[in-house]
Each structure stands twice: as structure tokens, then as C-alpha cells.
Design a protein around this ligand. Structure first.
Ligand code: PLP
Length: 350
């Protein structure tokens, strides 16, 4: 949901002629500070997408020829980030009630070659972080969280982004906090200073030791820094975020009370980036909803089924569920009457 505030903020940056971060208008730095305060993590660093955040996060974990355990039911960037770093994605199954990665399945997949567990907080509903952290501790593994859906979500009373040592966010236009493009890494724990130093260099082509116009390049980095226009929009969005999430929670509560189909659980800690339901004949359901002007989506076709991954791993819950999953609208612009219409037709055609 954008208003004139975002437009004014973006135009101000455009007119300033300072569009790149570090070039003068200061929005990226300010966004990092405000986002970090909002989350309550030790440090937050901005990048230009959630994909970049995941790529950088895993680049800190030395996963070359090592295994990373992740869910298959996610956007493909979660697995691509493993591949970019020369790691091997090992897909674990999901819990059929939450669609989050199942800690029991993670445990079954841990081998002597495993290096990282990479859970996704699906739809904004937190994973069982305590259990996953215990698995990491007992097996000497790193935890990198894909919190692309979970900006503003909570786990045990604290924001997602404060529990793990590296947490990756996306500010893609459809996300809870929207920018034209953007992402962030939140860092916690004993390695956060070391990670911060590496990310600062890696997100800008490996540049280090800048003194005025002089600098060195000490490693191979990428062009992943956030631009000032995105950050200026993000700063406005951040102010509205809790209000937008509370509107979405009210919609989710109505879906819980009024939809008859099997659906995403209600949890007051969830930010409801999306809302999924299960229907037997997905294609027919989606066609009927479209005929009544209601947009639906598929999140996701499992990554292990994609021809690039084509993994033979056995994931019974993922495989039996994915054909039935449909996302229905949940955003802060939906009026009560639109929500009523969605509920009416979802109940009729499911
Ligand atoms: C679970 C998940 N991980 C990672 C990403 C990648 O984020 P971005 O689109 O900002 O690169 C997305 C975005 O759609 C996502 O949904």
C-alpha cells in the first residue's frame, strides 16, 4: 500500500541526483539503522534483494561441496543461494499444518557433510526455531533463516531477526515492507562484527580499506548494495508496517472464522505475507475465482521438481500437498466487502 509519502520521498532522492548508497542522501544508512531498531537485532545491513541477502549469508558459511538443508516449498532463490556458493541443497519435508520445514525431517537429513540449516518462515509464520537451533547446536551446524516472508513476524514474543545469527529479509514489491527492490541481513551473536565487515565488502564488489578515493579489492564480491530511492521508500514503509500487518491479521482472522476449507492457521505472531488454502481441484478453483475478479496464486511449485534441480528426494507431505495449495488475496487495501466476496466464492468453489 503506497501513498503520496512514498512518492514524495522517492522524488526527493531523484531530484537530489544522489541515487547510489553512500553518495550523499543517506537514506540507505538511515534505513539500516531504523530497520535494525525495528527488528531489535545487533546489526542490519541493506542489500538490493532477498536473493542477494541469501547469497551473501551463505557465502559466510563455507558451504562449498557441503550440504545445506532447506524446504522444497519455497521460492527458488532459497535453493539458488546454495548453488551460487557451490553447496548441495538437501530438501527436507514440511509440516502439513504450517507448511514450514519439519524439524523431524531435518534431523533425518543431517549427515556428516551437512553445514547449514536454511529454514523459511513460510507465509510469515515462524518455524519451530527453538527445535531447529537445538539441532544446529547438537550437530555443530550454522543457521541461516530465510525470512523473506517474515518482516514484522514474531517468535516467542520477539521479532524474527533477533533469534538467529544470520537472518535474510526481502523487500520485493509484494512483501510486507515493499520497495522497488531490496533486502537485508540481520546479524546477531558472537560473529556479528566479523560478518558485518565481510558483508560490507562483499555487497560492493569486494571493496575494502576505502580512504577517500583510494581503496583495495581484497576478495571477489558482488554488486548488491541498496540504492537510495529504494531506501527512501523503505523508510516510509517501515513507519506503516505494524499498521499494515495488523490490517492483514484482521483479514486472516476473518478467513479463519469464515472459510470452511483447510487453510493456514491463525497465529497472532504471524505477519501474513500470504494466506494459503487447500482445494482439491486447484485449476478449476483458480479459474472460477478469476471469473469473479479474484486473483489467486500458487506458492510454490516445489523446487526439487524443477528441471534444474530434479531431485529424487522423498518428500511425502510436500508432494501430496503442493497441488492443492492456492494463495488468496491478503493485503491492506482489501475492503471488508472484498474480503466477504473472497470468502463467499472460496467457500462456493472449493
Ligand atoms: C521465500 C523467499 N526467499 C527468497 C526470496 C527472494 O527475494 P527477492 O525477490 O527480494 O530476491 C523470495 C522472494 O520472492 C521468497 O519468497
Amino acid at each position: 500500500m503506497i501513498s503520496n509519502d512514498e512518492i514524495r520521498a522517492a522524488v526527493k532522492v531523484l531530484k537530489s541526483h544522489f541515487w547510489a548508497s553512500g553518495s550523499g542522501s543517506g537514506n540507505v544508512k538511515k534505513f539500516e539503522e531504523f530497520f535494525n531498531t525495528y527488528i531489535g537485532s545487533q546489526k542490519s545491513l541493506a542489500v538490493n534483494s532477498g536473493t542477494a541477502a541469501l547469497h551473501l549469508a551463505l557465502s559466510l558459511c563455507n558451504i562449498k561441496n557441503k550440504e545445506v538443508i532447506l524446504p522444497s516449498l519455497s521460492f527458488v532463490s532459497t535453493a539458488h543461494a546454495v548453488m551460487y556458493n557451490g553447496g548441495k541443497p538437501i530438501f527436507a519435508d514440511i509440516d502439513p499444518v504450517t507448511l514450514n520445514i519439519d524439524p523431524n525431517s531435518i534431523e533425518e537429513k543431517i549427515s556428516k557433510n551437512t553445514k547449514v540449516i536454511l529454514p523459511v518462515h513460510f507465509g510469515g509464520l515462524s518455524c519451530e526455531l527453538n527445535l531447529i537451533q537445538k539441532l544446529c547446536k547438537n550437530n555443530d551446524l550454522s543457521l541461516v533463516e530465510d525470512a523473506a516472508h517474515a518482516t514484522g513476524s514474531l517468535y516467542k514474543g520477539k521479532k524474527i531477526g533477533t533469534h538467529g545469527s544470520i537472518v535474510c529479509f526481502s523487500f520485493h514489491p509484494v512483501k510486507n515492507l515493499a520497495m522497488p527492490a531490496g533486502g537485508a541481513l540481520s546479524l546477531n551473536g558472537k560473529n556479528s562484527k566479523k560478518f558485518e565487515k565481510s558483508i560490507r565488502s562483499l555487497r560492493w564488489c569486494g571493496i575494502s580499506n576505502r580512504k577517500g578515493v583510494e581503496y583495495d579489492v581484497s576478495t571477489l564480491g558482488w554488486n548488491y548494495y541498496m540504492n537510495e530511492v529504494s531506501a527512501s521508500i523503505g523508510l516510509v514503509q517501515l513507519k506503516k508496517l505494524d499498521n499494515l500487518i495488523s490490517i492483514k491479521k484482521n483479514i486472516a482472522k476473518r478467513y479463519l472464522d469464515e472459510l470452511y476449507v483447510e487453510k493456514m492457521p491463525f497465529d497472532k505472531n504471524c505477519s501474513y505475507h500470504m494466506f494459503w488454502i487447500r482445494v482439491k481441484n486447484r485449476k478449476l478453483f483458480m479459474n472460477k475465482m478469476t471469473q469473479h475478479g479474484i486473483e489467486t496464486g500458487i506458492h510454490y511449485n516445489p523446487i526439487h521438481k524443477m528441471s534444474f534441480y530434479n531431485s529424487k528426494q522423498q518428500l511425502p507431505n510436500t508432494e501430496s500437498l503442493f497441488n492443492e495449495l492456492v494463495s488468496i488475496p491478503i493485503h491492506a487495501n482489501l475492503s471488508d466487502s472484498s474480503v466477504s466476496k473472497i470468502i463467499k466464492y472460496a467457500n462456493k468453489f472449493s
